[in-house]
Design a protein around this ligand. Structure first.
Ligand code: MRU
Length: 362
């Protein structure tokens, strides 16, 4: 059975509480936008695409239960207000902000039509949110397939297997299914061309050790866990053929925000001449921001660094800096940016996405 972080049926939404993994698999009911905001903020569900999916589906649940209105314009205003609230839960990943813009615009357009009805606005928003699940899964399969073939052409042109290092969790748990960077690894494995995946522990919150390791074991993919501080040594001594990571926001010049620690991986990969890829759906791209300097980086509470599973490991009294993400400059993304629309160099990204209907960014 495929791993599911989001279980949705019309009118009912549940998320797998990722803070309890790998010890326990427990689903939590999300019955409102406010509950979605809380599970996203607490990182019970996380990963850029999953955040947007849970946010929008929680709105669909509220709308199916009759929230908002009365009247089309009032309902559209309600939709925008709820979406605006969801965007504040975690600011760095662009997917929720982008979905909020698109969904809010769709509601406003529907409400402005001649003879608009509240029911039509409601239906429009619900359908949009419910379609996101299928689209994300479809996009991830394309990313996996396109990325695997690109990576093999680049890193193993004579045939043979590749070893891929990844960071954080970008798999089924972070998306509607299959995953982005982990989707590329999954596709390589299915092609019989994956020697091994290395996953970093991903401090401070250990998404690699808790979640990616769990997914890799669950899927029977040959994999090895390392601490973040072992990555350069693995590149030097363990035959790493490529690094593939996900993204929370890729901006117009290709600079990419992703889980903190990504930047140092890109520097180490460049030093070792190892191609460095970012794998992300076009919904994670934001052509409205020019460079990575414009990205707001979320800072998380210090206890995520000082404590592990509620047990303090750091000396009491020490100060803490805990940015959740860092920005990898585009010139370090030497393999390419793998999207469902193709694999692009950072320089190609803007032109490639502005010709697609999705390209306008937030
Ligand atoms: O803080 P998180 O766990 O939400 O960070 C997740 C990441 O950085 C992922 O790499 C990114 O969201 C892509 S998930 C497909």
């Amino acid at each position: 059975m495929a791993l599911e972080s989001i279980r949705y049926e019309p009118g009912s939404l549940q998320v797998l509480d990722q803070l309890l993994l790998p010890q326990q698999s427990r689903y939590e009911v999300v019955g409102s936008v406010q509950q979605a905001w809380e599970v996203i903020r607490a990182m019970k569900v996380r990963g850029a695409p999953a955040i947007a999916l849970v946010g929008c589906l929680s709105l669909a649940v509220e709308l199916r239960a009759g929230a908002g209105g009365p009247g089309p314009a009032e309902l559209a205003a309600f939709v925008r207000e709820r979406l605006g609230h969801l965007v504040t839960a975690r600011p760095t990943a662009v997917n929720m902000a982008r979905a909020a813009r698109d969904l809010g615009d769709a509601a406003t357009r529907e409400a402005a039509r001649d003879g608009a009805t509240e029911e039509a606005v409601r239906e429009r928003v619900i359908c949009y949110a419910e379609d996101m699940l299928k689209k994300d899964l479809r996009d991830n399969r394309s990313i996996g397939d396109l990325g695997a073939h690109h990576l093999l052409d680049r890193a193993a042109p004579q045939g043979g297997k590749v070893t891929v290092l990844t960071h954080c969790n970008t798999g089924a748990l972070a998306t509607a299914g299959y995953g982005t960077a982990l989707g590329v690894i999954r596709s390589l494995h299915q092609l019989g061309r994956l020697e091994r995946a290395f996953c970093t522990e991903t401090r401070p919150y250990n998404q690699g050790a808790r979640l990616t390791a769990f997914e890799l074991v669950y899927e029977g993919i040959p994999a090895t866990l390392i601490t973040d501080s072992m990555a350069a040594a693995a590149m030097a001594h363990q035959g790493v053929s490529a690094v593939v990571v996900g993204a929370d926001r890729v901006v117009a010049n290709g600079d990419t925000a992703n889980k903190v620690g990504t930047y140092q991986l890109a520097i180490a990969a460049k030093h070792h001449g190892i191609p460095f890829y970012v794998a992300a759906p076009s919904s994670s791209c934001d052509l409205c921001l020019e460079t990575g300097q414009d990205i707001i980086i979320e800072e998380r509470p210090g206890h995520e660094l000082t404590d592990v599973n509620g047990v303090r490991i750091a000396a009491p009294g020490i100060g803490v800096w805990n940015p959740a993400f860092d920005v990898t400059p585009h010139d370090l993304i030497t393999g390419g940016i793998i999207t469902e629309l193709g694999v692009f160099t950072p320089e190609e990204l803007r032109a490639a996405l502005s010709t697609s209907p999705l390209g306008a960014g937030t």
